[in-house]
Write a new protein. Structure first.
Length: 474
């Protein structure tokens, strides 16, 4: 059969609260035009993030009933530890409540002021956890990543020539570790190839520098390797994953993505001495080493989710869903980053709203317009999220203003995506009426979560009056 269906049946449903355009205009204004500030019940289709938004399976819910809530030495930890060893190959497991907790633990121990940490492209909390240490998060995306429309399948690669030059210039004295994000969220969910990961690992080892993977979407990256990398087509995704993790000294995992859970994460490494140091910090801020800020039932659900995400039927469906949304947007001439990754489709806001200058925050303006049009909550990935990094020479794809339509796992159906496509098409038809925004309040770091904005006034000579909406209010 050519038709790819969801590899599951729906057993429980959650009602959607519908709002009208006038209500959404009031909601936007009250939220300071920041979609993170909007209540979930005021959203019709929530594509803000794929983190922690998965629908869990019947097997995960069954495992939750097995959760051992003992404070120390709970059986749930040992079941998760065995699953992590099977899939990732690392001996030591440090559970945490989510990915940013893993980042804080690792970087507090390994990174000091003045250090440099290279990666293909650091995402928001990773960058912030490095910079709060007085260090610098350095992005070295491959050159192909700058062409948003090319068909190159591995735009998530790190630039190996740039890495070699960077390592020779700075050396181990200033580079405590190298990172790589799979798949590369800040780079439109693009994958890194197995060949690129292996070559990067060899370069770091030549300089005696440790290599850690941000493995939040490891299974999706592996599936794209299977799709596009020569010699990988006939191999199981699990075997490709084993090859990837064999290249690294450890990984940091937000299990809220490819762990298919609503909360949880971990650090997995082979260095026993480092693991003991991390556990002592864990006790201070997260919890005992065998629960790490999570309940036993969370650990159980995570162990099952890590197995389920490797299902090739699931990953094939995930690919089909992303492609369906991407093709639907392209059919209406909406500019997107191609090829589409698996966890999201990214709209090029700069290309869609060419009348807005970079300082008018086209990504944030487009995200607000989508919400106003259809109650769709999306996320700006650009100069609002990355601040000064978006303007720096090594900012990589952060120099682009994108809007991410993140796809929660096992949550939305084809008709939901049809609704998103229709709303985006309506915005595109009246795109010249979308006004820019300016920041009125912002914190010192991670400003996109809590900043406030307001629509920019329109100059009298600008022609057609513009609003933050996609079309005039009825």
């Amino acid at each position: 059969m050519k038709t790819i269906i969801e590899p599951f049946r729906i057993k429980t449903v959650e009602p959607i609260n519908f709002t009208d355009r006038q209500q959404r205009q009031q909601i936007l204004a009250k939220a300071g035009y920041n979609l993170f500030r909007i209540k979930a019940r005021e959203v019709i289709i929530d594509l803000l993030t794929d983190s922690g938004t998965s629908a869990m399976s019947s097997e995960q819910w069954a495992a939750i009933m097995r959760g051992d809530e003992s404070y120390a030495g709970c059986e749930s930890f040992y079941r998760l530890q065995e699953k992590v060893r099977q899939i990732f190959g690392f001996r030591e497991l440090i559970p945490v409540h989510q990915g940013r907790a893993a980042e804080r633990l690792m970087f507090t121990r390994l990174v000091k002021e003045g250090d440099l940490v290279p990666s293909n492209t650091h995402f928001d909390t990773t960058r912030a956890n490095i910079e709060v240490r007085g260090a610098c998060a350095v992005d070295l995306p491959c050159q192909e990543a700058s062409d948003l429309q090319s068909a190159y399948p591995f735009k998530g690669n790190i630039d190996l020539e740039a890495v070699e030059k960077f390592l020779q210039e700075h050396g181990k004295e200033r580079i405590p570790l190298g990172m790589l994000v799979v798949s590369n969220n800040a780079c439109a969910g693009q994958p890194a190839s197995l060949a690129n990961i292996s070559a990067y690992s060899r370069l770091l080892k030549e300089h005696n520098i440790k290599f850690y993977l941000d493995a939040a979407r490891f299974a999706e990256n592996c599936y794209m390797i299977k799709e596009h990398e020569p010699g990988q087509a006939g191999r199981p995704v699990r075997a490709i994953a084993a090859d990837i993790f064999r290249q690294a000294d450890g990984c940091l995992m937000s299990a809220k993505k490819d762990g298919l859970v609503n909360m949880g994460g971990f650090i997995a490494i082979n260095d026993g001495a480092l693991a003991e140091e991390l556990r002592q910090s864990l006790i201070l801020t997260e919890g005992f080493p065998t629960y790490g800020g999570l309940s036993g039932r969370d650990l159980e659900a995570m162990a099952v989710g890590l197995e389920e995400v490797l299902s090739e039927n699931y990953l094939r469906y995930r690919r089909a869903a992303a492609d369906y949304l991407a093709r639907g947007l392209q059919a209406h001439d909406i500019p997107i980053v191609t090829p589409a990754g698996l966890h999201a489709v990214y709209i090029d806001a700069t290309a869609m709203l060419p009348h807005l200058k970079a300082g008018e925050l086209p990504g944030q303006a487009l995200a607000c317009a989508l919400y106003l049009e259809g109650g769709i909550r999306a996320c700006e990935i650009g100069r609002v999220m990355f601040g000064e990094a978006a303007l720096s020479p090594d900012g990589g794809t952060a120099r682009h203003d994108l809007v991410r339509l993140a796809l929660p796992r096992r949550v939305y159906s084809q008709s939901h995506y049809d609704y998103v496509i229709e709303a985006a098409a309506n915005v595109y038809k009246r795109r010249e009426q979308v006004a820019g925004l300016r920041i009125t309040e912002q914190p010192a770091a991670l400003r996109h979560f809590t900043a406030r904005f307001e629509p920019l006034p329109v100059a009298p000579s600008a022609g057609v009056p513009r609003t933050v909406s996609a079309s005039p209010s009825p």
